[in-house]
Design a protein around this ligand. Structure first.
Ligand code: FAD
Ligand code: UDP
Length: 372
């Protein structure tokens, strides 16, 4: 008899949801994380009353009612609606691409005029079946928007030419022929009141968690503690990179606490030209406080400039690069994982997938359904 039924490696959303469900089913669960805190990449930290999203801005959005009801068990959510602004060399545009964007770009007023512009630019580029992100973007919104709002930003974010990137990345963004600045096509959207860390703390209530504990520092010892392992770290690390390194994009955050109440008037401003070295500036207070909230009177604000970079060992792996080469390598690891007894690989790093929070929760709940 081992001490625990499950060892969960990683206190991010995947691991925490699994741990909660397993504990509720009467299983004995131990959660470990190599970081000194819980919540994985959704971790938020309080700076002068402002919840700073330490690993990048996180907006919860979903169409999945089961997932929405699930997270609402652990937090109340505010009414934040994401409407980023694009700054191209001082010209400001509304995002996602919508009638405000088309009007500012071309002076068009009706959806018909906007569609005609885009169609003409698509035909001029000779694109019938888009084969990559560049072609996909031009056929969705035309060359002008591609050149000013997509090309530079995407190349900075991914460190690759748009023509070398898969088209699905840009399909994440809605294109609207209406005056709607809501970035997400989602029934439900918001930020947990009290911060993401508090939400995950509520999920893990009553469950043993050991922080600053790297599974690989004592793998045999940890394996001896539990019947089964739920592993949510990078899949290639688990197998000691024996098939090669999967590629990730990393991000460096430069945070500043400023003695002003309002830096940019919005949570996110994307710098879409290729010369500005960062991709965007996040002003954290706008996630938290609605327009009428007291927090707006705070005389301070925290901003983060995000610099995107190629991942190298020692960096945080943020975005899996799901191009053909990496997906093929991942398939090799997936086969090894399937043959690994008593270990389940899950989450964004364990499955090498560009999962949003809601998808990662849905996937963890799905595993619980099969496993518990
Ligand atoms: P993680 O949160 O990465 O958790 C994995 C955990 O495992 C980590 O805490 C790690 O420390 C731990 N771990 C790894 N290896 C070991 C080891 N050897 N030993 C012990 N512990 C280990 N999603 C949205 O829905 N909306 C957004 O706005 C959004 N914005 C994002 C912005 C950025 C910059 C990024 C990178 C992602 C964003 N996401 C967003 C996606 C979201 O972060 C993920 O869906 C979610 O955090 C994945 O949870 P996870 O548990 O799979 O992984
Ligand atoms: N994108 C862009 N310009 C922008 C915002 C996004 O070209 O101002 C592209 C970019 O390629 C990005 C993709 O759209 O990777 C998806 O954007 P999203 O905001 O979903 O990125 P993420 O949430 O992954 O940071």
């Amino acid at each position: 008899m081992k001490q625990f039924d499950y060892l969960v490696v990683g206190a991010g959303l995947f691991g925490s949801v699994f741990a909660r469900e397993a504990a509720d089913k009467g299983k004995k669960v131990l959660v470990i994380d190599k970081r000194p805190h819980i919540a994985g990449n959704v971790y938020s930290e309080n700076t002068e009353g402002i919840h700073v999203h330490k690993y990048g801005a996180h907006i919860f959005h979903t169409n999945n009612t089961v997932v929405w009801n699930y997270v609402n068990r652990f937090a109340d959510f505010n009414r934040f609606t994401n409407s980023p602004v694009a700054n191209y060399k001082g010209e400001l545009y509304s995002l996602p691409f919508n009638m405000y964007t088309f009007n500012k770009m071309w002076g068009v007023v009706t959806p018909q005029e906007a569609r005609q512009r885009i169609e003409a630019q698509r035909i001029e580029a000779g694109i019938v079946n888009p084969r990559n992100l560049e072609e996909q973007a031009i056929s969705l919104v035309g060359r002008d928007i591609y050149e000013k709002l997509i090309k530079g930003y995407t190349q900075k974010q991914w460190g690759r030419e748009c023509s070398e990137l898969p088209s699905f990345i840009i399909k994440r963004l809605p294109v609207r022929f209406s005056f709607d600045n809501n970035y997400f096509d989602a029934l439900y959207q918001g930020i947990p009141i009290g911060g993401y860390t508090k939400m995950v703390e509520n999920m893990l209530k009553g469950i043993e968690v050991r922080l600053s504990s790297d599974y690989f520092d004592n793998k045999a010892g940890y394996d001896g503690l539990a019947d089964k392992i739920i592993y949510t770290g990078p899949i290639d690390t688990y197998f000691q990179y024996k098939l090669g390194c999967l590629e990730y994009r990393s991000v460096r955050f430069e945070n500043e606490l400023l003695d002003i109440d309002n830096y940019q008037g919005n949570a996110a401003v994307n710098y879409t030209d290729s010369e500005t070295p960062f991709t965007r500036i996040i002003e954290h207070k706008w996630f938290q406080f609605g327009k009428d909230d007291e927090g707006n009177d705070l005389p301070k604000t925290v901003i983060s400039r995000e610099y995107s970079s190629e991942w190298k060992p020692g960096d945080e792996p943020y975005y899996p690069v799901n191009d053909e080469k990496n997906n093929k390598l991942y398939e090799g690891y997936r086969e090894l994982a399937a043959a690994e007894e008593n270990v389940v690989f899950g989450g964004r790093l364990g499955e090498y997938r560009y999962y949003d929070m809601d998808a990662v929760i849905a996937s963890a709940l799905d595993l619980c359904g099969r496993e518990l």
